[in-house]
Design a protein around this ligand. Structure first.
Ligand SMILES: [Fe+2]
Ligand SMILES: [Fe+2]
Ligand SMILES: [Fe+2]
Length: 449
């Protein structure tokens, strides 16, 4: 029987990539993270949208320019990206979001560490650079003016906007009408002015929070649309290069969650690009398949790290959850207009030519999907992981040949890999090593380092 999703997949598979008109909105990509987290934990997704909304309202009330309003919104939408990505136990995060976000109980070791690591993760993508800096300091208290600096660095105004937006966003209680809570929240914020929050930002909050519409927007279930209207130029497009750069950032975000696969997406992207070039794809298609490689496991954002990083064997129930991830990759990417081809190439990486793959059991796999599938297996078995070394050439090719014989993956793609194995292997290794160095997000990274 054909359902809606497999129809989408089939339509996308037949579509030729409109490579001359790659037209993906930056705004849609900004929301990718909260949409991905929505599958795992709706409350945390809501938290990011709320902070994005409040931060952009505060920036506007403070008469900041359109670009800074946009920076505030991006920073709000991504501010806890690292805290969420590394979360093992969401009940603790729940507690932080409902009662004690500012107390630091959720962040037992260093309240500022996730801001610092979020900064490292996002700063290399130019349109996120200012938002990344704001995220770095989003838990810095105003401390009666001392908070204008932290670790010897100036703290941007947007960080103090985020600090307040973060607090406001967790205060309304769902069980009660938000309008009935407004004056109590205003009083509570006023009581922390100067110590936690910058007085100028609190004054802006006083201005916007007089309006009932502010509170109704804040708690509206249609917040994505509300936030979109506040994003200055929601039609701002990423060209192919911009999309590629952003996909690399997302790849790091995906890989960041598991030490087992710490640079996997980068390896799949590099391998896919090399194979695509050797199999006759155009330079634009080759770049686009790099985007697909970086995003192929974005659905893993919808799988808890508790399962992703489980040291022992997975239970059957956990295995089912892991196997959902390419489905979520498809769902997440299908929410971004313009990514249809990328979606097809990325989301079908666990499909098999004989129709026994998952989750769509599709047999109609385009060249791009076949390439990413081979690149995924090749990268998985040749990369070093904490618990084992990667396979050498002979063993790797034997595994791939067996999969070809089994009817799982495409022989032509494997032949292209065999034809230039050393070079492709070298490029994959280099890409994964470079990824470690440019990311610099590691357990040892620390603020001020
Ligand atoms: Fe935070
Ligand atoms: Fe937060
Ligand atoms: Fe996967």
């Amino acid at each position: 029987m054909t359902n809606g999703h497999s129809l989408n997949i089939q339509m996308a598979m037949k579509a030729r990539p409109p490579l001359d008109e790659i037209d993906v909105e930056l705004f849609s990509m900004v929301l990718c993270f909260s949409r991905a987290i929505e599958f795992l934990h709706p409350k945390i997704s809501e938290h990011h949208l709320r902070v994005a909304y409040v931060a952009s309202c505060l920036a506007e009330e403070l008469d900041l320019g359109q670009e800074e309003i946009q920076d505030a919104l991006i920073a709000g939408a991504l501010h806890d990206v690292v805290a969420v990505s590394s979360a093992m136990h969401f009940d603790l995060f729940d507690d932080a979001l409902t009662r004690s976000h500012s107390s630091g109980r959720w962040f037992p070791e260093n309240l500022h560490q996730h801001g610092w690591e979020g900064y490292l993760l996002l700063r290399d993508f130019a349109p996120f650079a200012k938002a990344a800096l704001a995220i770095r300091f989003h838990h810095v208290n105003w401390d009666f003016g001392h908070g204008s600096e932290f670790d010897g660095q100036p703290v941007p105004l947007i960080s103090h906007i985020l600090r307040l937006a973060d607090r406001i966003s967790v205060m309304p209680e769902n069980e009660h009408n938000v309008l009935a809570q407004a004056s109590g929240i205003r009083l509570a914020i006023a009581a922390e002015t100067g110590r936690c929050f910058m007085p100028m930002v609190v004054a802006a909050f006083d201005g916007i929070s007089e309006k009932e519409s502010f509170w109704l927007d804040l708690t509206s279930p249609h917040k994505e649309e509300i936030v979109r209207c506040r994003f200055g130029n929601s039609k701002l497009s990423l060209g192919l290069d911009g999309l590629y750069q952003l996909a690399r950032v997302f790849g790091k975000m995906i890989d960041y969650r598991s030490p087992f696969t710490a640079t996997h997406s980068s390896g799949v992207a590099a391998t896919s690009e090399e194979l695509a070039a050797r199999l006759g794809m155009s330079p634009n298609e080759t770049t686009l398949i790099g985007v697909a490689g970086n995003l192929h496991d974005i659905g893993k954002l919808a799988v808890s790290t508790e399962i992703l990083n489980k040291p022992g064997p997975l239970t059957p129930a956990e295995m089912f959850i892991i196997r959902q991830h390419p489905y979520y990759t498809h769902r997440i990417l299908s929410m971004v207009p313009g990514l249809e081809t990328v979606n097809t190439w990325a989301a079908l990486h666990h499909e098999r030519l004989d129709g026994k793959g998952y989750p769509f059991r599709s047999r109609e796999l385009t060249l791009g999907s076949r390439i990413v599938a081979v690149a995924d297996v090749f990268t998985a078995i040749t990369e070093n992981r904490p618990y084992r070394s990667g396979m050498a050439r002979a063993q790797c090719l034997a595994v791939l040949d067996e999969l070809v014989t089994d009817g799982a993956i495409n022989g032509d793609v494997v032949a292209a890999l065999r034809g230039d194995f050393e070079q492709i292997h070298h490029i994959r290794c280099q890409s994964q090593q470079a990824h470690v160095h440019t990311c610099s997000v590691s357990v040892s990274a620390s603020p001020g380092a």
